[in-house]
Design a protein around this ligand. Structure first.
Ligand SMILES: *[C@@H]1O[C@H](CO)[C@@H](O)[C@H](O)[C@H]1NC(C)=O
Ligand SMILES: *[C@@H]1O[C@H](CO)[C@@H](O)[C@H](O)[C@H]1NC(C)=O
Ligand SMILES: *[C@@H]1O[C@H](CO)[C@@H](O)[C@H](O)[C@H]1NC(C)=O
Ligand SMILES: *[C@@H]1O[C@H](CO)[C@@H](O)[C@H](O)[C@H]1NC(C)=O
Ligand SMILES: *[C@@H]1O[C@H](CO)[C@@H](O)[C@H](O)[C@H]1NC(C)=O
Ligand SMILES: *[C@@H]1O[C@H](CO)[C@@H](O)[C@H](O)[C@H]1NC(C)=O
Ligand SMILES: *[C@@H]1O[C@H](CO)[C@@H](O)[C@H](O)[C@H]1NC(C)=O
Ligand SMILES: *[C@@H]1O[C@H](CO)[C@@H](O)[C@H](O)[C@H]1NC(C)=O
Ligand SMILES: *[C@@H]1O[C@H](CO)[C@@H](O)[C@H](O)[C@H]1NC(C)=O
Ligand SMILES: *[C@@H]1O[C@H](CO)[C@@H](O)[C@H](O)[C@H]1NC(C)=O
Ligand SMILES: [Cu+2]
Length: 719
């Protein structure tokens, strides 16, 4: 059974704890550096993990997988084939423009699950095909097509994808914004506004959008959801902000509406102008009102050094945190990593999985296995919706479907030591996207590391007359992380794998605020953070696809519905109120639709009733929601129609529920057991049993901080 689970989360600040209790001892024992003149001699304390062979510097492991993402060579083969098709009339990227045809993205067409599973059972691999989105700006009428090109490696066909599950030939007015569209916007919209309103912009803001030196304006846009437009129209609101670090904190009260319905940008029309809290139906009306002096005029000067500093990520010199020059705790792998990251696989203790990166959806995990048994066939982020409220024309319509920004291309440049621990493994990926100039490598697109949560995963201490014992294990988990920077936001997407078989999906949000120019009516929609600055209230909603397979693909969704009962106590005859549960099995997918209701708590389970425990209970995984926020807008209003999934929220942990015969962390080598030497005299000494190599020797953690490398070549961070 296939389920799409949507999740949401609103964690504002990323709080990351790298702490390791033994670090203090380490500093003591490691201070064995001897400095003699300029020569530094390391004592015989070994570098952590040096004795272990790792794949980090060697050849990357590549599984024989039908899900391996397209190689550079395969993408070239696809492109070469497409370029020689005269009917597609494709432009090379350097010559492309919005009213011509060009290749937008190329990625592996994910083979059908049944075919992949057959391949895993030893049958021939499924056909390898590419999924290619092509902008057909010169077709009549223009459209965006989802094409299938195959079979790789020797391509012989290209055809429009033929499926009933979605539209694969989309009218051009619904296209996502691309870099070609932005080029056209600069050329035909910003240039025109900059020319016509030059005097106004200069007088009002002391800055202009073009030929502006160091007093520049930068534009942002709000594409208007088609739900608010007449059929067949494409329009967007634009607004100016000061082009400084960082522009979203310097919005201005100049907004304009552009009709972009025509595929040819020469025919785009600038319509309404909103300036100084007044709306004008045209540039002409606005300019004549402005010239006649009949309206309030905004008068702002370009942000000075102090204002720019306040909106920047520059370090604040005035800090009471500077008193002690003592560095923070760090996390490191004392014996080298316990996980392997290959070209398309990750393994960690009992866990194993495949991954690929799609230019549109970003990181996708497949075939997530525990002890070789698949638990999750597929897990990936599909969409992030952002919905604002506000007063000005643009602030009201700030609704975004962020995947249009292409998640795969938004995740790159992770900085070791901040974005991921310094000892993490970083993965580069190669993707094709016209927005980024075609095929290119995205460095440090993902990272993988093992962390110590510094909280017991399980423990019990017992002490009594007949004896005493202690058993416990710390929480060590593997994190697979990508961070998507979409304009002003940074979404940190973590998939976390625990030793007890639990999987956590976690989204943390940071970055810059989306804002609008402050006018008093804006206040009830957000926070007045600066003289002209209002940060709007909004929601971020995350849509994940999770395909759980509990001991095979034939599963069912069931809920354990908890309710209060008031019954006669069978022992004493009075009334007693307590909780009971009833099991409810979903027969159809519609039955399985879940709307959170605080008054009716439920366990949500994906179960296999042919695979049962010794007591006959079906083996299950529980889907545990960890963050939801109610969308109050009507289901059929405006943008909410495009994100119907947001009505059925879950964010989530996936927890084994009668899935294993016992807690899998019982066999974790990280376990510790303490027994008294003599049960009758537990205070007279105890034996501590550990299941790792018993080794209390120290090692020097080796942290390849990137600073020196960055000083020579910073491509890894800034492309
Ligand atoms: C991958 O596995 C399939 C099926 O077992 C086999 O036909 C194919 O030759 C293998 N490819 C490589 C490169 O090993
Ligand atoms: C692809 O073409 C090459 C060269 O023409 C040929 O050697 C190879 O066998 C072909 N591969 C397949 C899978 O058809
Ligand atoms: C699309 O698929 C359907 C069903 O398989 C088929 O009837 C139809 O002819 C196909 N259309 C094209 C254009 O291939
Ligand atoms: C000012 O704009 C209004 C429309 O908002 C227009 O009707 C009027 O003619 C303009 N006034 C001048 C003096 O141009
Ligand atoms: C112009 O500003 C004054 C003073 O802030 C205000 O009372 C008036 O309503 C404004 N006029 C318009 C048309 O916004
Ligand atoms: C430093 O910060 C404190 C607290 O925000 C403030 O009171 C003080 O004036 C600041 N000092 C300087 C020199 O900016
Ligand atoms: C339980 O039932 C008894 C008998 O009907 C009633 O008196 C009592 O109020 C009930 N308690 C609750 C909490 O519903
Ligand atoms: C929520 O659950 C309560 C208790 O079962 C029920 O009375 C109520 O109708 C439910 N609300 C919705 C909106 O389904
Ligand atoms: C398992 O579930 C199916 C579908 O709900 C049902 O027909 C079958 O009887 C169940 N089998 C067992 C052993 O409970
Ligand atoms: C910088 O590094 C990138 C790859 O990380 C490489 O492609 C580029 O050539 C390097 N630049 C210089 C000037 O060495
Ligand atoms: Cu936000």
């Amino acid at each position: 059974m296939k389920k799409t689970i949507s999740g949401t989360s609103m964690w504002k600040w990323l709080t990351f704890l790298f702490a390791i209790s033994t670090f203090v001892f380490l500093i003591m024992t490691v201070t064995l550096w001897v400095t003699r003149d300029t020569k530094i001699v390391l004592s015989d304390v070994p570098v952590c993990g040096r004795h272990r062979q790792t794949t980090h510097h060697g050849v990357k492991i590549k599984a024989n997988s039908s899900l391996q993402q397209l190689t550079r060579h395969e993408m070239s083969v696809v492109l070469d084939y497409l370029y020689q098709k005269p009917d597609l009339n494709l432009e090379q990227i350097k010559d492309a423009s919005i009213h011509k045809s060009f290749v937008h993205t190329i990625e592996l067409k994910t083979p059908r699950k049944a075919d992949v599973l057959r391949f895993l059972n030893g049958e021939p691999p499924p056909k390898r095909e590419a999924k290619v989105f092509i902008f057909r700006g010169d077709a009549n009428p223009p459209y965006i097509g989802e094409y299938v090109v195959g079979p790789l490696p020797n391509v012989s066909y290209v055809r429009l994808e033929n499926t009933t599950s979605r539209v694969t030939k989309v009218p051009y007015i619904y296209r996502p914004f691309s870099s070609f569209e932005f080029m056209a916007i600069y050329r035909y919209v910003i240039a025109a506004v900059g020319r016509d309103a030059h005097q106004v912009l200069l007088e009002s803001y002391n800055a202009t959008p073009t030929k502006c030196g160091d007093h520049c304006l930068r534009f942002s846009m709000t594409p208007i959801s088609s739900a608010f437009l007449k059929r067949g129209e494409r329009k967007a609101w634009f607004w100016f902000a000061y082009d400084v670090e960082f522009f979203t904190l310097h919005p201005l009260d100049f907004q304009f509406l552009v009709d972009m319905t025509d595929a040819n940008p020469r025919n785009w029309k600038i319509e309404d102008i909103w300036y100084s809290n007044q709306l004008f139906p045209s540039m002409k009306d606005f300019l004549s009102n402005y010239t006649c002096g009949a309206i309030n005029k905004t008068r702002l000067s370009f942000p000075g050094e102090n204002e720019r500093y306040k909106s920047s990520l520059q370090f604040r010199q005035n800090s009471s945190m500077l008193e002690d020059d003592v560095r923070p705790p760090l996390l490191f792998d004392q014996d080298g990593p316990r996980y392997t990251v290959g070209d398309n696989i990750i393994s960690y203790m009992a866990w194993g999985m495949e991954f690929k990166v799609s230019p549109t959806r970003g990181l996708e995990l497949f075939n997530v296995r525990f002890d070789k048994e698949t638990i999750v066939y597929e897990m990936s982020l599909q969409e992030v919706a952002v919905m604002y409220s506000g007063y000005s024309p643009t602030a009201k319509l700030f609704n975004y479907a962020d995947s249009a920004g292409l998640f795969g291309t938004r995740s790159r440049g992770l900085l070791p030591g901040v974005d991921c621990p310094a000892h993490a493994k970083f993965v580069d990926v190669v993707l094709y996207s016209a927005n980024e100039g075609g095929m290119r490598s995205y460095q440090n697109a993902l990272c993988v590391f093992e962390q110590n949560d510094n909280i017991p995963l399980r423990r019990h201490r017992a002490y009594g007359r007949i004896g005493a014992f202690y058993g416990g294990v710390g929480t060590h988990s593997l994190v697979v992380r990508s961070i998507l920077s979409v304009i002003n936001y940074d979404y940190i997407i973590d998939y976390i794998f625990y030793q007890n078989g639990a999987i956590e999906t976690k989204v943390s949000l940071t970055g810059y605020l989306g804002t609008s120019f402050y006018y008093p009516p804006e206040l009830k929609f957000g926070a007045h953070l600066g003289k002209n600055l209002n940060a709007g209230m909004h929601l971020h909603l995350f849509n994940f696809k999770v395909d759980l397979d509990v001991r095979g693909t034939e599963n069912r969704f069931e809920t354990l519905d908890i309710e209060m009962i008031n019954e006669t106590d069978p022992w004493y005859g009075h009334y007693h109120v307590q909780n009971q549960y009833t099991k409810s099995v979903s027969v159809t997918e519609l039955d399985a639709v879940y709307k959170f209701n605080f008054s009716s708590p439920k366990y949500l389970l994906m179960s296999n009733n042919r695979s049962t425990t010794g007591e006959g209970l079906p083996r299950s995984y529980q889907i545990k929601a960890t963050g939801i926020s109610r969308v109050l807008l009507p289901d059929d209003y405006g943008f909410t129609k495009s994100i119907s999934w947001s009505k059925y929220q879950l964010s989530f942990f996936l927890l084994p529920f009668n899935y294993f015969d016992e807690d899998q962390s019982m066999r974790s080598p990280d376990s510790v057991r303490v027994d008294p030497k003599d049960e009758r005299r537990p205070t007279d000494g105890a034996t501590v049993t550990r299941y790792h190599r018993r080794d209390s020797s120290s090692c020097v953690p080796f942290f390849p901080f990137p600073d020196d490398d960055l000083s020579k070549n910073s491509t890894v961070l800034f492309t």
